[in-house]
Design a protein around this ligand. Structure first.
Ligand code: UD1
Length: 430
């Protein structure tokens, strides 16, 4: 079983380049099947979730050509199936985007219903509400969502909760509906805007992405395009926290600083130095960092996907911090693992009260999910001694070359898959 093993205690210093945004790419890849013409997508992150999504796209009959590691050409003129295999939804929840894409293009889709996951129950009622409003007949049968529409017709839809997935999914279907769709109370995340820009580059008519209301004027068909995905806001934020928690000095390159404002604001509050450039941010950690309070919120609020990395940073800040998780119900599982490293955090409901400690010490811990896994690696890099993080398959779902990028910043970290290699690492680092 693969694990990361690391010896912490050294400040991370240097430059790191952020990959393309995984969550934007998941939406964009599915949207790419909505035309029969060639679509070239660049700056694709080479991570597990994306590779599984590409397999799923091939599985329903589209042609997928890997132009290079980060570029793919998709041609969906050969799609024969409007039904997606259960295996893919189990491996990536975001394959629910096939519902919107297939419904828009073929007026029909059959996709297994995703279950809950490690961070809590994740209903898709808002997605289904949107498809119904567009004229889709939505049934749940045999564990799958089955949607058919004779005609998809634009509608006025108000989302009851701000949902990234529902916004993107409904937007895709509405792109090929007849007439105007007005989607209100939508998510404003950078990847929602990126998917909208991508669809517009295929001939869609979407206005207002990035605000609370999106207007979609349906078009008859979409055409081919070439598109480059935005940088990953969460990967960038993770390296920013890595600089802070190890008291390092890291230039995080290939970012859109505006997308990082919520993270930057919190790092400034705790006393870090954050310097913004056109497409980079430099974070300089300070020997003594202060406590702060955080509440996760939809964009432009503090992202839930950065909650664990920031909690780790606060675990080593002076004073008492409070982190409130308002998006997902079960996103503090990693706190028990962190406790094994000497942190002092009490969780009650959706609030973690963090009493900052002076030092963490290495331990063997388990990654419970993607972002918490990355956060435990940050804790290991800040801790004294050797830390082993197990279940790193979660981390590889969303971080490209995580250990190589950290090594480039001077981290003593390796990916090993046997006790013998782990032992070798321990001997090497003393
Ligand atoms: C996306 C991101 C995920 C991120 C999350 C919140 C992708 C592939 N994943 O997930 O990394 O953590 O946004 O920023 O982009 N909800 C409902 N009904 C619905 C849909 C959502 O009640 O139909 C609730 C959810 O339970 C959650 C909240 O709305 O409490 C936000 O979820 P949502 O924005 O939909 O998350 P995802 O799109 O699944």
């Amino acid at each position: 079983m693969e694990q990361y093993i690391m010896k912490g205690g050294n400040p991370l210093v240097g430059e790191v380049t952020v990959s393309g945004a995984k969550n934007a790419a998941l939406g964009i890849l599915t949207a790419a099947i909505m035309t029969d013409e060639d679509v070239l997508i660049e700056n694709l992150p080479d991570v597990r979730d994306i590779n599984v999504m590409l397999e799923a796209i091939e599985e329903i009959g589209a042609r997928v050509e890997r132009v290079d590691r980060h570029t793919v050409r998709i041609n969906a003129s050969t799609i024969q199936e409007i039904s997606v295999d259960d295996e893919y939804i189990r491996r990536i929840r975001a394959s629910y985007y096939f519902i919107g894409a297939l419904l828009g293009k073929y007026k029909s889709a059959q996709v297994p219903l995703p279950g809950g996951c490690n961070i809590g129950s994740r209903p898709i009622d808002q997605h289904l509400k949107g498809f119904r409003a567009l004229g889709g007949d939505v049934r749940i049968e045999g564990g799958a969502v089955i949607v058919h529409a004779i005609d998809l017709v634009g509608s006025h839809i108000y989302l009851d909760v701000v949902s990234v997935g529902a916004t993107i999914n409904i937007m895709m279907a509405a792109t090929l509906a007849e007439g105007l769709t007005i989607l209100e109370n939508v998510a404003k995340e950078p990847h929602v805007v990126d998917v909208a820009n991508f669809l517009n580059s295929m001939g869609a008519n979407i206005k207002g992405a990035g605000t609370d209301t999106i207007r979609i004027r349906g078009v008859k068909k979409l055409h081919g395009t070439e598109y480059s995905i935005i940088p990953d806001q969460i990967e960038a934020g993770t390296f920013m926290c890595a600089a802070a928690v190890t008291r390092g000095d890291v230039m995080v390159k290939n970012v859109i600083p505006k997308h990082l404002e919520a993270i930057t604001a919190k790092l400034l509050e705790i006393g870090c130095e954050v310097i913004e450039f056109d497409d980079a941010v430099r974070v300089v950690g300070k020997p003594v960092q202060r406590h702060t309070d955080i509440k996760t919120l939809p964009y432009p609020g503090f992202p839930t996907d950065m909650q664990p990395q920031m909690t780790v940073t606060l675990a080593l800040a002076a004073g008492t911090s409070m982190v409130t998780e308002s998006i997902f119900e079960n996103r503090f599982k990693y706190v028990d693992e962190l406790a094994r490293m000497g942190s002092c955090i009490k969780v009650e409901g959706n609030v973690a009260v963090i009493d900052g400690v002076k030092r963490l010490t290495g331990a063997q811990v388990n990654a419970p999910d993607l972002r918490a896994g990355a956060a435990l690696v940050l804790a290991g890099l800040a801790a004294e001694g050797v830390t082993e993080v197990d279940e790193i398959g979660y981390i590889q779902r969303g971080y490209e070359c995580f250990e190589e990028k950290l090594q480039g910043l001077g981290a003593m970290i390796e990916k090993v898959d046997s006790e013998k290699d782990a032992q070798k690492f321990r001997l090497k680092v003393g």
